[in-house]
Design a binder for this molecule. Structure first.
Ligand SMILES: [Zn+2]
Length: 447
């Protein structure tokens, strides 16, 4: 589909950009045991703290792990403070009494089976690991069981008031996502398995845990999604309307490796009734560039002069060519790169762009008038009044705008959280929801 008449066409192609896709590896690996711990990076890299306090209601068991491991020693304290000093991290009491320290390659392990450990404003089950990282800061890692980890993820991905079956479906998907991330070694060089932000999966310790989400974790304890015996890749997103996007069109991944990440159909998703399920953005065509993500904005010379794009049958735009006023041509061949290009103008890549004219205070007036005197062009429409959603306004002209009209929120690949919610409301069970969004997969219980 081309936006005819919207942008003057330039044919010179000085620069061609092709957006490479996310790469996913699929390879056979042994399934983890249900009792295996997962290590979650709470703080790491250059943004990690130089000093941090850890609190407990009934003391700490503390040890140093490295080439050799010290025995856990009980400290009857309510608080300990870790400080980075040179190439080591040292632990002291609140009054400054030295407890122990760990140099490069060693970890301080803090544990208490009878108490949550409080770090900053959040409380955590399991153990806290502290070690000095390559930025000279203290990496803080929460080591805990897979199910306890999922309890700290679920409240960020669903509403606790939702139907049990969507809570259970999301628990299985989040658990699978964590195991897949651990096996892929995404954060192995950072010294843990998965980070606590949207980069991997949001995790907040026990802070937001609720009874209903914790029950959903317990009722699906150890359940993960597998395909041909391997841990599946299980991305998810907010909403997608009736159709999800395939991983090959969305991220450019090899479709043969992920036959279960195809475009799925769910007629139960009532996207019109949810926030950002059906959205529209109106922008003057010359202002589109001001919304484009900063990466592309810095590459565009002058302004955007032409956009041509193609929508697939499922609605997602996965092929687009953008030309700028110097004749540079930018090519996009995945729906995720198209969505990323448009920045805050789109919520998903499932959209169309239409050109229209709206009354504007700043426009150059030029309209065709049909009157008793015949049809003529005029540029004098100042003073006319019009009514829009905000009320009556005085018109000083019309301007050409682009209307971005779309469905869904997010990358569209894998499970739609709202789609799953509506399926649960319609009486489907968690495993039926999973097999709708990940067809051909199985649910396996970890030993
Ligand atoms: Zn991450």
């Amino acid at each position: 589909m081309r936006l005819s008449g919207l942008f003057s066409k330039l044919t010179a192609a000085a620069l061609v950009f092709t957006i490479s896709a996310f790469a996913y590896n699929a390879f056979s690996q042994e399934l983890p045991k249900q009792s295996d711990a997962i290590c979650v990076g709470i703080s790491y890299g250059s943004s990690a703290p130089e000093s941090i306090e850890i609190k407990s209601e009934c003391g700490f068991e503390i040890a140093v792990f490295g080439d050799t491991q010290t025995e856990f020693t009980h400290y009857d304290l309510s608080s300990v403070t870790a400080k980075a000093s040179g190439a080591s991290v040292s632990l002291s009491t609140k009054l400054g009494g030295s407890i122990l320290s760990a140099g490069k390659g060693k970890k301080i392990i803090i544990s208490n089976e009878n108490s949550l450990l409080k770090v900053g404003n959040s409380s955590y089950r399991g153990k806290i690991q502290l070690f000095i990282n390559s930025n000279g800061k203290i990496s803080v890692v929460n080591e805990l069981s897979l199910d306890d980890y999922v309890k700290g993820v679920l409240p960020y991905e669903v509403f606790s008031s939702w139907n049990t079956e969507i809570l259970k479906a999301m628990a299985v998907v989040a658990r699978t996502y964590a195991v897949r991330t651990k096996l892929s070694g995404t954060h192995a060089s950072d010294g843990f398995d998965i980070c606590a932000t949207t980069h991997c999966q949001t995790y907040g310790g026990t802070t937001r845990e609720t009874e209903s989400t914790n029950n959903a974790v317990s009722e699906t304890s150890g359940f993960i999604i597998t395909y041909n015996g391997d841990v599946a890749t299980t991305p998810y997103h907010g909403s997608s309307g009736y159709f999800t996007e395939s991983v090959s069109s969305g991220w450019g991944s090899n479709a043969e490796l992920f036959p279960y990440l195809t475009s799925a159909y769910n007629p139960y998703e009532d996207y019109r009734s949810i926030s950002n399920g059906k959205w529209e953005n109106v922008v003057p065509k010359n202002d589109i560039i001001n919304h484009v993500s900063s990466y592309y904005k810095s590459k565009i010379s002058g302004n955007i002069t032409d956009i041509s794009y193609e929508r697939q049958e499922n609605g997602y735009v996965n092929s687009m060519t953008v030309t700028d006023s110097s004749g540079n041509v930018f090519k996009f061949n995945t729906s995720s790169s198209v969505r990323s290009f448009f920045g805050d103008l789109v919520k998903s890549a499932n959209f169309g762009i239409a050109e229209t004219y709206i009354p504007s205070e700043r426009a150059t007036p030029a309209i065709t008038v049909i009157s008793a005197d015949g049809t003529y062009e005029t540029t004098n429409i100042n003073g006319y009044t019009y009514v829009d959603a905000q009320g009556e306004k005085t018109c000083s002209g019309f301007e050409s705008v682009c209307v971005f009209d779309g469905i869904g929120n997010g990358h569209g690949i894998g499970l739609s959280q709202y789609g799953a919610k509506f399926m649960a409301d319609a009486g489907f069970t968690y495993d039926e929801i999973i097999s709708t969004y990940f067809p051909g997969t199985e649910i396996t219980i970890l030993e």
